[in-house]
Design a protein around this ligand. Structure first.
Ligand SMILES: Cc1cc2nc3c(=O)[nH]c(=O)nc-3n(C[C@H](O)[C@H](O)[C@H](O)COP(=O)(O)OP(=O)(O)OC[C@H]3O[C@@H](n4cnc5c(N)ncnc54)[C@H](O)[C@@H]3O)c2cc1C
Length: 461
């Protein structure tokens, strides 16, 4: 039986990044991935010759080449991947749209402060104080205790409309909590979206996944796709290895799981406490058109839309909550590599409602989601008149089916294992449920958890 130093469960962003770090320091490491294609929540597929990204709207944490102190710079250094290989192009600008207010922001944080001053002049000094707090807070300290971000930010930002607007992109791009988020997560997201900003690699998420795969294989790491793990084998409270769906057993000194904390505890062979999966799931509608958004004067890269005063970031009561959405225009990054117009629309959804449908009703409901997405685009941009060439809609049920995340919870459980430890010796968590989310966050999580738990001191530069 093969005996590995570390087995990693899942070939998403965090699992691949963890694998690279371990292989780099000569560990015998194997990544086991249930699906035939790597990437997890941020994978890709092809339909009718069109390349579709599952998750990618934008990569957060933009940094220019070599910019010091930036998460992206640190990440690439740790993975030994040259910056140029990502071929990043920056967003034009994005916009938060609330009734009566519009706030635009770009990768230059001054645009955000100017827009806030224009819309909320009385909050100018308050925002300066918030920025100071955010800049000085040690957001990645693994010992930070969870605390309500809204409570803390309300001590500074006294206009509720502004507060709701500032929280909107941060919640929908990275909170497992409903209508609030952990303050450390707030700071991470604030920096990554408002202070650093959005970009997109040429050819989308494939570029990132291929770079990670290439690096991992060069370093001698093993990857087995189409290899689901049925059970994590424990003896006397300590990891022994894993049992595959096929029944094959693999021994390992350590197991690093990226599949989520409740999902991991569900496949532990001894009884253990599992935190429940979170409630936040989404539908994603991907629409291809015969014309590009810019042909109709649409220049925004992403719009965070909300049509009522408060931004209700909680599980939808019905199949979807159409009162808010994220609308992404992937053509509107600096370099447009698509031949067709492309628009992605995300709605907050309800896993249980989608999960109980029979097949014909499920397909009918998906059509309704597409129609709502189209209606929202033409409501915001009445001049938009392009013909729909192809579309796909995926639901919370699709997310569970293709990534194993319980209840389609994209941001995992509300109780994160920030230090990556579990109640079982040598079983660790990385990725979504360690608490660092998104493409950059998940990769940083994989790196930091591999460094902390699986590499000897001194191996980690
Ligand atoms: C619709 C959508 C839009 C998004 N947009 C963005 C965006 O614009 N920007 C951004 O930065 N982030 C975005 N994200 C979030 C981002 O995709 C995730 O935060 C990140 O990819 C999580 O990576 P991970 O490694 O933690 O987990 P995952 O990607 O979930 O990886 C876990 C892997 O484990 C595998 N697995 C599960 N169970 C088993 C098992 N039993 N055995 C073996 N393998 C198993 C899964 O198949 C999966 O590949 C989006 C996500 C979604 C769904």
């Amino acid at each position: 039986m093969t005996n590995y130093d570390t087995v990693i469960i899942g070939a998403g962003m965090s699992g691949l990044a963890a694998g690279i770090r371990l292989a780099m320091f000569d560990q015998k490491v194997c990544i086991l991935e249930k699906h035939k294609v790597p990437g997890g929540l941020n994978s890709y597929y092809e339909r009718q010759g069109r390349k579709l990204d599952v998750g990618l709207h934008a990569m957060t944490n933009f940094a220019c080449k070599g910019e010091r102190g930036r998460p992206l710079t640190k990440l690439l250094k740790q993975l030994r991947i040259p910056y140029e290989k990502l071929e990043l192009s920056q967003q034009n600008f994005s916009r938060i749209h609330f009734p009566g207010y519009n706030i635009s922001f770009s990768n230059d944080p001054q645009l955000l402060t100017k827009e806030i001053e224009k819309n909320f002049p009385q909050q100018k000094d308050h925002v300066a104080r918030l920025l100071e707090l955010v800049r000085n807070f040690d957001d990645v300290n693994l010992d930070n205790k969870p605390q309500s971000a809204k409570e803390k930010v309300r001590e500074i930002i006294t206009d509720e409309n502004l507060l709701e607007m500032l929280f909107c992109p941060l919640l929908i791009y990275g909170s497992a909590w409903e209508n609030d988020m952990d303050f450390s997560q707030f700071v991470i997201m604030f920096k990554s979206i408002y202070l650093e900003g959005f970009s997109r690699p040429q050819n989308g998420v494939r570029t990132i996944i291929n770079l990670l795969l290439e690096k991992y294989k060069q370093l001698g790491g093993e990857l087995r796709l189409g290899t689901g793990i049925k059970k994590i084998d424990i003896e006397n409270g300590s990891v022994q290895g894993v049992t595959l769906d096929s029944g094959e057993k693999i021994q390992a000194k350590k197991v690093m799981s990226s599949i989520g904390l409740p999902e991991t505890m569900n496949i532990v062979s001894e009884k253990s406490d599992a935190s429940p999966p979170g409630n936040m799931s989404f539908t994603e509608t991907i629409l291809f058109f015969d014309k590009k958004p810019v042909d109709f004067g649409i220049k925004e890269t992403i719009i965070f839309y909300n049509n009522h005063e408060k931004y209700d970031y909680k599980k939808a009561e019905d199949f979807c909550d159409y009162r808010s959405a994220v609308i992404c225009f992937p053509n509107n990054f600096g370099c447009d590599d698509y031949d067709e117009g492309l628009i992605r629309v995300t709605f907050i959804a309800n896993f249980e409602k989608w999960n109980e449908l029979d097949r014909p009703t499920y397909l009918q409901r998906k059509k309704e989601v597409r129609d709502e997405a189209m209606a929202l685009i033409t409501k915001l941009f009445p001049e938009f008149r392009a013909n729909l060439l192809y579309h796909d809609v995926f639901t919370p049920k699709t997310i569970t089916r293709y990534t194993g995340h319980l209840k389609g919870a994209v941001y995992g459980t509300t109780r994160k294992a920030r230090d990556g430890r579990t109640s079982i010796k040598n079983l660790f968590i990385c990725g979504t449920d360690q608490g660092f989310l998104g493409i950059v966050g998940a990769m940083l999580s994989g790196i930091s958890m591999a460094n902390l738990h699986c590499l000897m001191n001194g191996d980690k530069t």
